[in-house]
Design a protein around this ligand. Structure first.
Ligand SMILES: [Mn+2]
Length: 286
C-alpha cells in the first residue's frame, strides 16, 4: 500500500489474526464532508501510543495485524458497497477479524452484509439511530445503516447505543430499531446499557461499530454531525471490553479530520482500535 500503515500492523495478510481496511468514502455526507481523510489521520495517530498494553498484558503485535490499505474510492454508495464487499468479504469468510476505518458510516453496511446473516449481531455506538429506509435518494446512505443491517441479520440482532437524535419517521413505525439512548446510559451506566443490548441479540457474535459522534463532541469534536450530550470515551472503552469474547469485528467511522484541527479525535479513534485489538488478543489467548 501507499502512505502510512497502522502502527505494528505489518504482518502479511495470510498470517494475520486481524486485518485493517480504510474506506475513504464521504460522498453521502449530509452536513460536513471530510471523513475520507480519516483512514490516513487515524493511522498517523496510531503512532502516539505505547506498544505495550499494560492493562491487558499484551504487546501491540498481539494479535497479529495486517494493514490491507484503503479500498478504492467511488462516488455512488452502491459502488463503494461492492468494493468493500470485495475487499473485506474474504477476510470475514476466512475467519479473520476485520477492523474498518471510515469514511462515512455507510461503509458498515457491506461489512455486515459480508457476515453469515445468522451468526452476527450489530451493536452501534452512535448519536443517531440511522434507521431510515432511504435518505437523499439512496437506501445506502449513512442515515440508513441500522435499517440495512436489520434487513440482513434481523431487527432483533441490531442495537444502537448512545442515541440522542432520532427522526420522527424513525420512531413512529412498528419496526423501530432497538436502541439505548445516551440519556439512559447517563442514568443507568454503560454496563446496564451494553447488557441490555447483548441480552437482546439472538446471534452470539457481535460486530461493534463506533460512529465517533456517539462520543460527546467535547471529547470527539472532529466529526461531520456533532451532537451534544454524548457518551464519554471511557464508556466506549468499557463497552468494547463488555462485548468481550463475543467481539467478531470492529469499526470506527465518521471521524472528519478537517473538523479536527488538534487531531485529538483521530487519536481517540486509534486508541479505541487498540482497545478492540487488545480484547481480540485476550480472546485468542484463551
Ligand atoms: Mn452518527
Amino acid at each position: 500500500m501507499y502512505g502510512v500503515t497502522y502502527a505494528d500492523a505489518d504482518a502479511e495478510y495470510n498470517d494475520a489474526d486481524a486485518v485493517i481496511f480504510g474506506v475513504p468514502y464521504d460522498h453521502t455526507a449530509s452536513f460536513k464532508a471530510g471523513a475520507r481523510e480519516a483512514p490516513t489521520a487515524v493511522r498517523r495517530a496510531s503512532y502516539n501510543f505505547e506498544e505495550f498494553h499494560f492493562e491487558h498484558g499484551l504487546d501491540q503485535n498481539q494479535p497479529v495485524v495486517c494493514d490491507y490499505g484503503n479500498c478504492d474510492d467511488f462516488i455512488l454508495p452502491e459502488d463503494m458497497i461492492e468494493e468493500v464487499k470485495f475487499a473485506v468479504g474474504p477476510c470475514i469468510r476466512e475467519g479473520k477479524f476485520p477492523i474498518v476505518i471510515g469514511g462515512e458510516h455507510s461503509a458498515t453496511i457491506p461489512v455486515i452484509q459480508s457476515f453469515d446473516s445468522k451468526k452476527i449481531a450489530l451493536m452501534t455506538i452512535d448519536a443517531h439511530l440511522d434507521s431510515r429506509d432511504e435518505y437523499m435518494g439512496t437506501p445506502n446512505s449513512h442515515a440508513c445503516v441500522t435499517r440495512r443491517a436489520a434487513d440482513h441479520i434481523g431487527i432483533e440482532n441490531c442495537c444502537a447505543v448512545g442515541v440522542r437524535a432520532i427522526g420522527r419517521e424513525e420512531l413512529e413505525r412498528d419496526d423501530v430499531i432497538p436502541h439505548v439512548t445516551a440519556f439512559e446510559v447517563f442514568d443507568h451506566g454503560i454496563e446496564w446499557a451494553v447488557k441490555k443490548a447483548l441480552d437482546g441479540f439472538k446471534a452470539d457474535k457481535v460486530y461493534l461499530s463506533i460512529d465517533i459522534d456517539g462520543i460527546d463532541p467535547a471529547y470527539a469534536p472532529g466529526t461531520g454531525t456533532p451532537e451534544p450530550f454524548g457518551l464519554t470515551p471511557y464508556d466506549v472503552k468499557k463497552a468494547i471490553n463488555l462485548v468481550g469474547d463475543r467481539l467478531a469485528g470492529f469499526d470506527v467511522m465518521e471521524i472528519c479530520p478537517p473538523a479536527d484541527p488538534s487531531g485529538i479525535t483521530s487519536v481517540l479513534g486509534a486508541r479505541l482500535i487498540n482497545e478492540a485489538l487488545a480484547v481480540l488478543g485476550k480472546n485468542l489467548r484463551q
